[in-house]
Design a protein around this ligand. Structure first.
Ligand SMILES: Nc1ncnc2c1ncn2[C@@H]1O[C@H](COP(=O)(O)OP(=O)(O)OP(=O)(O)O)[C@@H](O)[C@H]1O
Ligand SMILES: [Mg+2]
Length: 231
């Protein structure tokens, strides 16, 4: 379980996160919603340790990881699918997947079968360069790469952004499958509300660096979320 407790994050003098608290549980999809520039990516960067927070705490399975480096957090099981995918264009699909081996022990360095069952296109394109893939295929590759390290916390930053509908469906199926495994906590950052509402167990809407509205699947009101996102 991930607990983000009252974190603040500054870029120089500009405050990007203001007292943000959020939790993510295994077997659940926690959605973080909000318009452009409200701080969604900054929140994920704080979770993976790509950018330091100025106060607050990030706790994973009861241990405070706030001071850990990104690679140390990866070893603790945090997998990240960054916005814009950030695959390596000159490496092959297989090499891109193998970059996910970093945090693993030698005996665990193999690509899990479910990466290929979720995204068969990756298997058929193993020898192709990442940069030759379509945007949707690159997104599948970025998710596959994060799964290679068998994360217990998976962070996805706008995985549907700029992706065609058929591949969005594949990505939605993959997220459902991973949730149903029951042992992975998933944080899904999205602006595509319908997609988030289909998958989400809990929802947090951000505005200007703060969480300003939350709800659960049990009291989900998509039109209220939409209104909160538009305010
Ligand atoms: N490296 C940085 N240096 C300075 N300001 C930054 C930096 N990264 C982001 N910001 C600013 O911090 C605020 C939050 O940005 P962030 O990328 O977290 O938003 P976001 O919700 O992910 O937006 P989007 O939906 O467009 O991806 C914005 O005002 C942005 O301009
Ligand atoms: Mg972003």
């Amino acid at each position: 379980m991930l607990e983000v407790k009252d974190i603040n994050l500054f870029y120089g003098a500009a405050q990007a996160l203001r007292g943000v608290s959020i939790a993510a549980e295994p077997g659940k999809v926690t959605c973080v919603l909000g318009r452009n520039g409200v701080g969604k990516t900054s929140l994920l960067r704080a979770m993976v340790g790509q950018y330091p927070i100025s106060s607050g705490a990030i706790v994973l399975d009861g241990s405070d990881i706030t001071g850990l480096k990104p690679y140390e957090r990866a070893r603790k099981g945090i997998g990240f699918v960054p916005q814009g995918r950030e695959i390596f264009p000159l490496l092959t699909v297989e090499e891109n997947l193998k970059t996910g081996f970093g945090p693993l022990r030698r005996e665990d360095k193999h690509i899990p079968d479910d990466v290929y069952s979720l995204f068969p296109v990756l298997q058929s394109m193993l020898g192709r360069r990442g940069g030759d893939l379509s945007g949707g295929q690159q997104q599948q590759l970025a998710i596959g790469r994060a799964l290679v390290m068998r994360p217990k916390l998976l962070l996805l930053d706008e995985p549907t952004e700029g992706i065609q509908p058929s591949i969005i469906k594949d990505i939605g199926r993959a997220i459902s499958y991973l949730r149903n495994l029951g042992n992975i906590a998933i944080v899904l950052v999205e602006q595509y509300l319908d997609f988030a509402c289909e998958l989400g167990d809990s929802f947090a809407v951000m505005d200007r660096g703060a969480v300003k509205f939350t709800c659960d699947r049990s009291n989900l009101d998509a039109s209220e979320i939409s209104r909160q996102m538009a305010l």
